[in-house]
Design a binder for this molecule. Structure first.
Ligand code: TXA
Ligand code: MG
Length: 338
């Protein structure tokens, strides 16, 4: 049986004891739920990779309660990184920095850098402070699948392999943290998130975008990731109704994730209106995709999102979750392009 811990004092103590014993604890952050282990215990961290079925070459984030012990993990904090920490921690920002000499390879995938984050969620803060050390934690989903934004998603994903799930309700942001990597004082955005590129530029000036050839591995940046099981396609805004109608013809069930209501009722279409606000849309994205994934549909059609920066994190996750883009061709047929 999976034990659901609420953050009473007793349950916090149980979770802390589990971490000290080398066991896994799932816990909420303001972005998504994490699957945590004592970052100083390589055997415990190895259990994370087993539970997620994640290759050990993929590094994990070390979570801290504040920047006060950052130097235990990082050998050098470039000046712009210190400014980002000052401005955005605690919060949804992860920084990839040169690792301290005693940081274990299992955390870094053998790279010379380590990813660190100070989450803001009260329960994550309570856990980190009570534990008194770093907690290594990727998102608490099976490798390549949608990140969990509620405690029950963690149980759906990992079942009995995780004994303790701290239940902090729904994650406020719902998308994984922004990741920025430093090469000396040069900052590069590896994964968009709630902290946007322009917010960071206001603090540090220059910020490069996207991984380059020498960038460290970020499996979240492989083309297929964060995926529902149902094939998913991105559809231009003006075509969403027509494509839903065309693809559901003859009684085939189709799901739609849109930013508005349908123009008319479609009989075989499960239509979710996720709204026009990027924060609200992002907050519900993974839960919506989980729901639509269970609706036994042939395909999930997703209305493309606006091109402005506030949608960057949502767009990034949609592109990775989608198997292609669909267009109505000149003959009026729906073509799915890889
Ligand atoms: O919001 C989040 O970041 C959540 C919560 C739980 O903190 N965590 C999360 O972890 O999304 P994960 O493992 O699912 O994604 C972290 C990403 C991975 O793509 C990983 O490869 C990358 O961060 N990463 C970790 N360490 C790295 C490093 N040293 N260099 C480059 N990328 C790294
Ligand atoms: Mg993940």
């Amino acid at each position: 049986m999976v034990k659901v811990a609420r953050a009473t004092q007793v349950e916090l103590e149980t979770a802390v004891q589990a971490l000290r014993d080398g066991e896994l604890v799932a816990f909420p952050t303001e972005t998504v739920y994490g699957l945590g282990a004592n970052a100083k215990n390589p055997e415990a961290v190895r259990k994370i990779f087993e539970a997620k079925a994640r290759p050990t070459t993929h590094p994990v984030i070390v979570h801290l309660d504040s920047a006060r012990f950052l130097h235990h993990w990082v050998r050098e904090v470039p000046e712009p990184a210190a400014r980002l920490a000052e401005r955005f921690w605690p919060g949804p920002l992860t920084m990839v920095l040169p690792r301290a000499y005693n940081v274990h390879d299992i955390l870094t995938g053998g790279q010379d850098t380590v990813a660190v984050r100070v989450p803001a969620h009260t329960m994550a803060q309570q856990l980190l402070t009570a534990f008194g050390g770093g907690i290594a934690a990727p998102s608490a989903n099976r490798y390549g699948r949608l990140s969990p934004t509620r405690a029950e998603h963690v149980r759906d994903e990992l079942g009995d392999t995780v004994r303790i799930v701290l239940d902090g309700g729904e994650c406020q942001i719902g998308l994984e943290s922004t990741i920025v990597a430093f090469d000396g004082a040069r900052a590069r955005l590896l994964r968009p998130g709630a902290v946007t590129a322009s917010q960071m530029r206001e603090v540090i000036g220059e910020l490069l975008l996207g991984p380059d050839l020498e960038s460290p591995r970020v499996p979240g940046s492989s083309p297929s990731h964060y995926s529902p099981r149902t094939p998913m396609t991105i559809v231009p805004t003006g075509q969403i109704d027509a494509q839903a109608a065309a693809l559901s013809e003859g009684g085939r069930r189709i799901a739609v994730l849109a930013q508005r209501l349908p123009l008319k009722a479609h009989t075989y279409v499960t239509w979710v209106n996720a709204g026009r606000r990027p924060d609200q849309y992002g907050h519900g994205l993974y839960a919506n995709l989980r729901t639509l994934d269970k609706a036994a549909c042939r395909r999930i059609l997703v209305q493309e999102v606006p091109p402005d920066e506030r949608w960057d994190a949502v767009r990034d996750r949609l592109m990775r979750a989608a198997s292609g883009v669909s267009e109505i061709d000149v003959t009026g047929n729906v073509a799915i392009l890889p």
